[in-house]
Design a protein around this ligand. Structure first.
Ligand SMILES: Nc1ncnc2c1ncn2[C@@H]1O[C@H](COP(=O)(O)OP(=O)(O)OP(=O)(O)O)[C@@H](O)[C@H]1O
Ligand SMILES: [Mg+2]
Length: 230
């Protein structure tokens, strides 16, 4: 099992840096919650890790392999997956067709459908006819089907009610229990911290807290200070 290590990452967009000198590690079987105010740079950070954008400085390693200059596809081959903010289903394809796009084996498809009985029932429905929450399940299930070692998830709660989102979280926990390292970006801070072991708070492009997730849940003052930046 390998670790993903990010060191001194800086991302520039237009006017200047939106991520400055950020470092962290993702360990197998662990969930890291990445939280912070709107515009803090969370999406930009994920994009630099997965290869959507090139960083201005710093490095990304998958195990011993320096992937900083690797394409997104090359990183995916090393087990790095990224569910982008606002990622949608293929509406004209059925649920099964959506999942078959990434599933490595039929066995894997069955295992994923077991995690989402709701989808199993709708396997032959066009994805466009599913509810917003069910569509988000398809997006998650499609990522799980590829069985990535590292999964970056950007705001899977977008447009969903908290009650729908809470249905998705245990599945993320199950996937981590299979050995995946997960970086979970979320607007529902407390829900994300509740399923995570590690927490990373980013404010104005800098890490303002890195450490135990439970500690942040137990100390609203620490969380508040981290959000404001130091
Ligand atoms: N394509 C782009 N071109 C120029 N600036 C951008 C681009 N994308 C993002 N930015 C800027 O970079 C900064 C960080 O944005 P980013 O989307 O990474 O933040 P975020 O933490 O994901 O915010 P949110 O919580 O709203 O999703 C913002 O100031 C934003 O305006
Ligand atoms: Mg974002």
């Amino acid at each position: 099992m390998t670790t993903l290590r990010v060191h001194g990452l800086t991302v520039e967009r237009g006017a200047g840096p939106v991520i400055r000198d950020v470092g962290f590690a993702l360990e197998p079987g662990r969930i890291t919650a990445l939280v912070g105010p709107n515009g803090a740079g969370k999406t930009s950070l994920l994009e630099a890790v997965s290869g959507v954008v090139a960083p201005a400085a710093g490095s990304v390693h998958v195990g011993a392999v320096n992937v900083t200059r690797h394409s997104r596809v090359a990183r995916a081959r090393l087990g790095l997956a990224h569910i982008e903010q606002g990622r949608a289903v293929f509406p004209g394809l059925t649920v099964m067709e959506n999942l078959r796009l990434t599933a490595r084996t039929p066995d894997r498809l069955d295992a994923v459908l077991e995690l989402f009985p709701e989808l199993d029932k709708r396997r032959d429905s066009p994805a466009a006819l599913l509810s917003g929450g069910e569509q988000q399940m398809v997006v998650l299930a499609r990522a799980f089907a590829a069985r990535p070692a590292f999964l970056l998830i950007d705001e899977m709660s977008l447009g969903l009610a908290p009650v729908v989102f809470t249905r998705l979280l245990p599945v993320v926990t199950r996937f981590a229990a299979e050995g995946a390292a997960i970086l979970l970006v979320e607007q529902f801070t407390h829900l994300a911290l509740g399923v995570a072991q590690e927490a990373l708070v980013v404010s104005s492009g800098r890490v303002t807290y890195a450490g135990d997730a439970q500690t942040l849940l137990d100390s609203p003052a620490t969380l508040h200070t981290a959000y404001l930046g130091s």
